[in-house]
Design a protein around this ligand. Structure first.
Ligand SMILES: *Cc1c(COP(=O)(O)O)cnc(C)c1O
Length: 406
């Protein structure tokens, strides 16, 4: 620690921060690959990946190079000008996906805000005002702005903030009949996570996404995939829609796309993009040179057959390890998810105890996530080593042993 920096401790959080979070007892200060060290130099294996963000782990040389090289050239010019890193990254995203056009933002919520506004504008333009309904899934998560909590299907995030955005309908996830019952000629868009992340790592059924696509086509509505958590290689495909073979009209990507640098994008088709003309939407930092330089370097590594095949192999190793733990402790009723977005659903005797497991794991030197009270979630680096997977699982084993004895 440099002499000019005052010493800070975890207790300061409860004194100076708005209490929107309840962070762990330790403060991480440095990371390398899938290992992290705290203030006391205790070492952790990282299965959390910054909640599906640190796609290449910590301190990846290619990302450090991209960021520092760009930092020496140009940080910001605003969208009154365009910039080379943004154009390069947009071109890569277009080349690798269904999309023809890209809008950059800084967070998942902002990308979804853009997607929902674009869908509303599209509906307005094609109908003269009668097509504005957005259909979303219960238990879905789309971000924390007022529009995105209104669209999200979790009242705990949207209640208590006064009137919500109107014209949003919620239906149970993976229930095609329920979707069919509400999609109409008033629907401008159906928004779905191909894998519900915060909602418990719940992948969509193949027939559900195919049915959603058919319904949207039949009614002239847009299909939006929120791939903020499922995207950028996490499913073993660059985007989870490619796993399903169901193509949306709009896709949002954030979290892993910046590998830890705030970056997000909304991808769409030529036809839909034209409903956002100059001045209709925007962002000061969206598409800033630093973030886009990092995103382009990251995509060059993630969007390769080697990295994507590696995700599938690591999935197998995780699942095999979790099944062994389950044989010993009998705590999971299901292990689900795609690639390196894995959810272990606690059975009845462990229900509600995901947080206890996370805390015990922290104490054994493992960073791991929950997705609600009943699901243990893993979203590590896409290039986490076999050694780190095995060591993390061994630490989880010790945490569970302690919990079962205690
Ligand atoms: C995390 C997440 C968001 C919100 O992203 P922020 O960057 O926190 O705004 C939106 N949708 C999904 C599916 C997410 O997992």
């Amino acid at each position: 620690m440099s002499a000019s920096q005052p010493n800070v401790q975890r207790a300061a959080f409860d004194e100076v921060m708005v209490p929107t979070y309840a962070p762990a007892a330790f403060i991480p200060v440095r990371g390398e690959g899938s290992r992290v060290w705290d203030q006391a130099d205790r070492e952790y294996v990282d299965f959390a990946g910054g909640i599906a963000v640190s796609a290449l782990g910590h301190g990846h040389p290619a990302l450090i190079n991209a960021l520092t090289e760009q930092a020496g050239k140009l940080w910001h010019v605003s969208n009154i000008y365009t910039n080379e890193p943004a154009l390069r990254l947009a071109r890569k995203l277009v080349d690798h996906t269904f999309a023809d056009r890209v809008f950059f933002a800084n967070s998942g919520a902002e990308a979804n805000e853009a997607a929902c506004k674009l869908a509303r504008r599209y509906g307005h333009d094609v109908s003269g005002g009668s097509r504005y309904e957005i259909v979303a899934a219960t238990n879905s998560f789309h971000g924390r702005t007022l529009f995105t909590v209104s669209v999200g299907g979790q009242p705990k995030y949207s209640d208590g903030f006064g009137p919500k955005i109107e014209g949003i309908r919620h239906v149970p996830y993976n229930d095609l009949a329920a979707l069919e019952a509400v999609v109409s000629d008033k629907t401008c868009a159906v928004i779905l996570e191909p894998i519900q992340g915060e909602g418990g790592v719940l992948p969509a059924d193949q027939a559900y996404l195919e049915g959603a696509r058919r319904l949207c086509d039949a009614h002239g509505a847009l299909l939006i995939f929120d791939e903020v958590q499922s995207g950028v290689g996490r499913s073993g495909h660059l985007y989870a829609y490619q796993h399903y073979g169901v193509v949306p009209d709009i896709l949002t990507t954030a979290k892993s796309i910046g590998g830890g640098f705030p970056l997000a994008a909304m991808l769409t088709t030529e036809k839909v993009a034209q409903h956002f003309s100059a001045g209709v939407h925007g962002s000061t930092y969206g598409g800033n040179p630093l973030g886009c330089a990092v995103g382009a370097a990251l995509l060059d590594i993630v969007a390769t057959p080697e990295t994507l095949a590696g995700v599938a192999a690591r999935h197998q190793r995780f699942v095999a390890g979790l099944e062994q733990l389950n044989a010993r402790y009998g705590l999971f009723q299901q292990i689900r998810g795609l690639g390196l977005l894995i959810g272990a659903v606690l059975n009845d005797s462990w229900k509600g105890r995901a947080k206890d497991i996370v805390t015990a794991a922290n104490e054994e030197g493992l960073m791991i996530l929950q997705a609600g009270p009943d699901v243990l979630r893993m979203a590590p680096s896409l290039i986490i080593s076999e050694t780190d997977i095995d060591e993390g699982l061994a630490r989880l084993d010790r945490a569970l042993a302690r919990l079962t004895q205690g």
